[in-house]
Design a protein around this ligand. Structure first.
Ligand code: ZN
Length: 193
């Protein structure tokens, strides 16, 4: 079987940098530098080969984009004052706690404190956000087309999956372990109380 040819689509222009490609298969789990060596889900790294899977993010690039504030479109760092989100929304500490994500919030955040839920999508450069909006049918169909400025401070939460290990000697099952899949991002604006 010959390898699929490199795609003519250009990453960062036609296809977001964070998007997974069809040749990027999941390979299991192991220590990952994107989360300081914690156990995380692993995936082959072959961006640009095969077909882009627009509805799916590559696990390693997704975690790296959130940890290092890399723009999901171009993969380059974003800076304070140029971080924009179209898919995120304003929420409160109380709503985050109600969704059982409160473990990630400092206990002294009052429930009414506003927070910005970016989900699993790190903020983009303004220019990249505008280009995505022009190109992506999913974004174009969202009722909320407003680009929201992402706060200059944030909290990172982890989503994890239970990963089954292969049976060891004598087929004795090993205990399942927990592996980080994607990271979630919560923006924290200044709050006067
Ligand atoms: Zn960008």
């Amino acid at each position: 079987m010959s390898a699929p040819p490199a795609s003519p689509l250009k990453i960062g222009v036609d296809v977001p940098w964070v998007t997974a490609w069809s040749e990027e298969l999941m390979t299991g789990f192991g220590p990952c530098p994107s989360v300081d060596g914690a156990i995380a889900v692993a995936q082959i790294d072959k961006p640009g080969v095969g077909k882009p899977q627009y509805a799916r993010n590559h696990v390693f690039r997704q975690r790296k984009s959130v940890r290092e504030m890399l723009c999901p479109m171009c993969g380059k760092p974003t800076a304070n004052g140029d971080r924009w989100s179209q898919t995120g929304h304003w929420t409160t500490a109380g709503e985050v706690r109600a969704r059982n994500m409160g473990v990630w919030l400092p206990g002294d955040f009052p429930d009414r404190r506003p927070l910005f839920d970016a989900g699993g999508i790190a903020p983009l450069h303004r220019a990249c956000a505008e280009r995505s909006l022009a190109l992506c049918p999913f974004l174009h169909d969202l009722p909320d087309q407003e680009l929201k400025a992402f706060p200059d401070a944030w909290i990172i939460a982890t989503l994890a999956v239970e990963a089954r290990q292969r049976p060891g000697i004598a087929n004795v099952p090993k205990a399942p372990i927990v592996a980080i899949s994607f990271l979630q991002l919560i923006g924290v604006p200044d709050y006067a109380g």
